[in-house]
Structure formats: structure tokens, C-alpha cells
Write a protein that binds this ligand. Structure first.
Ligand code: GDP
Ligand code: IMO
Ligand code: MG
Length: 424
């Protein structure tokens, strides 16, 4: 797989981190292309667990140049924290490259994230509170401060004062909040700039050069396709493009440079935050999956909402990503379920449809039409080949692949790197 995009096909936390890490073993570059530290990507190697927020998950491999590309929004405090904690664990971060045009999450973005959420009241999005939405708003509104500004002290001070004059008036007059102090911010961000500066590069050029030389590159999508700002369950979405198209926009390479798109999906569904969730399980069954799957947010620790696999939604997200292969995750969590349900269609206003509605208010009226399959009781965590799996587990995987219309490439049976079954 020379150039591969790894995307989440649900609402995030599908284990993109695990799959990126797996592919990175044979890659020379791993490129994060969207979102910010609202992401939490977990990689488990032996008894060591790593949680990445801004840092590309491929950084654990010495062969990999890790790239934070143009489309990412960077909280420098979080990035510096990740750099030093990885160094303290003996991971070489020298090969990290950071785009000079990536936007910087500033203190006013974090403040406005919480003020906007409070203002929305019962309509709140349930954001991660990391300033992501306000930072992207400013990027598109041309009020942004970029990494190239951050590492130039004079430009950073000038830009901070210019922007803050406007932001402080907004904070005070609209939200009645406390204004922020430009000098304090410049002092704090100056220290981050020093740590970040040696990593700053023209990453679009670097990625294009590697692609042109035929090197193996993994593009690491953050979040899930149903959180995409254009194609997700708006307004309960994030502010970037998690889908595979985001990899070209977010790194400065063209669509013809992408060879494969691996769509990652859990064999059930989870969601963190507010918004429609067609196959959600309320009560004991959802709670049982949450406990067994340790379904608590990697970034915020919030309990994830859990439900059955939704083949209508994943068929849709596979299409908008042009997925070439599927990675199905957390098969072990379903062991012990007597029977399993898959949503194969929705009933909306008395009509049955397999088409995922674009309008979220229509989606709110969708009742899943379920197909029921028998479960299995045998443990699958030691399985390393498809033949090691119970027949009912294989049938379940095959059925998902059939409904989603994409071949299965990998099945994950545990959190560790080695707990993975690859198809021939
Ligand atoms: P990401 O945001 O898509 O990278 O996913 P997260 O890291 O937020 O959440 C996935 C969680 O599932 C992590 O805690 C992983 O360690 C864990 N995980 C990955 N694959 C498996 C699996 O096959 N079985 C189980 N039980 N856990 C898994
Ligand atoms: P990874 O990469 C799960 C959700 C938040 C909220 C909505 C908007 O780990 O899969 P934001 O802070 O982005 O403005 O919040 O999006 N969300 C995620 N949920 N996994 C993620 O990332 C998420 N990133 C954002 O919970 O509902
Ligand atoms: Mg996550």
C-alpha cells in the first residue's frame, strides 16, 4: 500500500491509532491532516500504552518521519507536552515535521469554545472544549495565527494584539467574559515557539517529494466521517474534514496521489457528545458494551454512548471516502452476546430506505430496521487468522462487509499491536 489514507467510518474512536501504527511499520512517513487535540489515538505495544492528541501515531516507529500537516490546528502547549512526554519515554521525536501554515489554537479559542457551548444551552454540541471550532472559524474568517507567525516573535506579538483587540470586545460584549492579556499570552507562547521552531518545515513539499519517490506514506485521519463538517450529522460535528478528501486538502497533495483508503469501523457503534445516534442502546445492553469495551473518551474521559453496528451509515461513509478496504475493530468485545443486531435499513415516515439522509432532522426520525445474527461465546483474543475465529464471528464479519460493500482487510481482536488478523 504505497499511499494509504486511514479514516474513521463512524463517530470517532474506531481505533485509527492502532491501524496507523500497524501500517507505519512499513512506511517512511505518517501524516496527520485534520483536526487538533480533540483527537485521542491510542496505540498499545506490549505493556506500554501511548495516547496521541496532536502527534501522529506513527512516531513510535524509528523509520517514520511524522508530519503534522497544514490542515491540522495545533495547541502548542499540548504539542510541547506530547514532545516532552514521548522523549521521557525514550521515543525519538527528532523526525517530527510541523507545517508552517498550520493554524495555532490560542487561549481565546479555548475560552470561546466554552462560552459558545454555554450560550447554546440545551442545544450544546458537547465539544471536547479544546478550542477546535473557534480556531477553524478564525482560519476561515481570516483571523488566524499560523505556525509561521508563532515562531517569529515580532509577528506573533503584532498579530496577537491585532486579533485580541477584536476577540476581547467579543468576549466582553457578547458573552460578558473576562478579557485576555496579550503580553501574558506572548510570553507563554514564546516558550512554545522555541521548542517547536526546529520542527517547522514546508510539509507539503516534503510529502510530495516522498510520494514522487514512491515512498510508503500513511495519512492519519482524525475523528470519524460522521463528524465531517460537510458530510456528517450537522451541527453535531467537528469543524474539519476527517474524510479521505481531507487528506489532500490538509496536506497539499492531489487526489491522484492516493492509492488506498482504509476505513476503520468498530463492529458496533459509539459516539461521544450530543447528536443523533440511530442504533443507540440505552440501558443495560449499552452499559455492558461500554464496560467490556472500556468505552470512555481518550481525550475527555466522557462515557461513550454505545449501540449496534449501523450498516446504512457505514455504507454511506465508505462511499464518501471511496474506501478500498475495511478494518473491523473490537471483535472481542462482542464475545458472549447471544445475538447481534445490524441496522440494514431505516424506516423514515413509513418508508424503508437504505440511503443515509443528508438532513439531520430527517435522520432524527429514522428507526433502524435490524437483521439479527447469532453471537459466539468463544474468546477471540488469541486469533491471528480468520480460521481461528468461531464460525458465527466470521459470518458476522462477512455480513458487515457485504452490507458495506467493501472487502475486509483486517480484523482487530484486542488492543495490542499484535492482536490483529490480516486477510490474505
Ligand atoms: P481512535 O481515536 O480511532 O484512534 O481510537 P481510540 O484510541 O480513541 O479508541 C480506541 C480504543 O480501543 C483504544 O483504547 C484502543 O486501545 C482500543 N482497541 C483498539 N483495538 C481494539 C480491539 O480490537 N479490542 C479492544 N478490546 N480494544 C481495542
Ligand atoms: P478521534 O480522532 C470522538 C466529537 C466531540 C463532539 C464533536 C465536536 O479520537 O476519533 P469538537 O471538540 O471537535 O468541536 O467537538 O466531535 N469529537 C470526537 N469524538 N473521537 C474524536 O476524535 C472526536 N473529535 C471530536 O465529542 O461531539
Ligand atoms: Mg479517539
Amino acid at each position: 500500500m504505497p499511499t494509504t489514507v486511514v479514516v474513521g467510518l463512524q463517530w470517532g474512536d474506531e481505533a485509527k491509532g492502532k491501524i496507523v501504527d500497524y501500517l507505519a511499520e512499513h512506511a517512511s512517513m505518517v501524516v496527520r491532516y485534520n483536526g487538533g487535540n480533540n483527537a485521542g489515538h491510542t496505540v498499545v505495544v506490549g505493556d506500554q500504552t501511548y495516547k496521541f492528541h496532536t502527534m501522529p501515531a506513527g512516531i513510535l516507529h524509528p523509520n517514520v518521519t511524522a508530519v503534522i500537516a497544514d490542515g491540522v490546528v495545533i495547541d502548542p502547549a499540548v504539542l510541547c507536552g506530547e514532545l516532552s512526554s514521548l522523549s521521557a519515554r525514550g521515543i525519538d521525536t527528532g523526525k517530527l515535521k510541523i507545517s508552517s501554515t498550520a493554524h495555532v489554537i490560542m487561549p481565546w479559542h479555548k475560552l470561546l469554545d466554552s462560552l459558545e457551548e454555554r450560550h447554546r444551552g440545551s442545544q450544546k454540541i458537547g465539544t471536547t472544549g479544546r478550542g477546535i471550532g473557534p480556531c477553524y472559524q478564525d482560519k476561515y474568517g481570516r483571523w488566524g495565527l499560523r505556525i509561521c507567525d508563532l515562531i517569529d516573535p515580532e509577528r506573533c506579538a503584532l498579530r496577537t494584539r491585532e486579533i485580541l483587540e477584536y476577540k476581547n470586545s467579543l468576549i466582553k460584549s457578547v458573552f460578558g467574559g473576562e478579557p485576555l492579556d496579550a503580553s501574558e499570552i506572548c510570553d507563554e507562547y514564546g516558550t512554545y515557539a522555541e521548542a517547536i521552531a526546529p520542527h517547522v518545515a514546508d510539509t507539503s513539499h516534503l510529502v510530495s517529494k516522498a510520494q514522487g519517490a514512491g515512498e510508503s506514506i500513511v495519512f492519519e485521519g482524525a475523528h470519524g466521517s460522521l463528524l465531517d463538517i460537510d458530510h456528517g450529522t450537522y451541527p453535531y460535528v467537528t469543524s474539519s474534514h476527517p474524510i479521505s478528501g481531507g487528506a489532500t486538502v490538509g496536506t497539499g497533495i492531489g487526489p491522484r496521489c492516493i492509492d488506498e483508503v482504509v476505513g476503520v469501523a468498530k463492529v458496533y457503534t459509539t459516539r461521544v457528545g450530543e447528536g443523533v445516534f440511530m442504533t443507540e442502546l440505552h440501558g443495560e445492553q449499552g452499559e455492558a458494551i461500554r464496560q467490556k469495551g472500556a468505552e470512555f473518551g481518550t481525550t475527555t474521559g466522557r462515557p461513550r454512548r454505545c449501540g449496534w453496528f449501523d450498516a446504512v451509515a457505514v455504507n454511506f461513509t465508505s462511499r464518501i471516502n471511496s474506501c478500498s478496504r475495511l478494518a473491523l475493530i473490537k471483535l472481542d468485545v462482542l464475545t458472549g452476546q447471544k445475538s447481534l443486531k445490524i441496522a440494514t435499513a431505516y424506516e423514515i415516515d413509513g418508508k424503508i430506505t437504505r440511503q443515509f439522509p443528508q438532513d439531520t432532522t430527517v435522520l432524527n426520525r429514522a428507526t433502524p430496521v435490524y437483521e439479527e445474527m447469532p453471537g459466539w461465546s468463544e474468546s477471540v483474543v488469541e486469533a491471528r487468522q480468520l480460521e481461528h475465529l468461531p464460525a458465527n464471528a466470521r459470518a458476522y464479519i462477512d455480513r458487515i462487509s457485504e452490507l458495506v460493500e467493501v472487502p475486509v482487510w483486517a480484523v482487530s481482536v484486542g488492543e495490542r499491536r499484535d492482536q490483529t488478523i490480516l486477510m490474505d
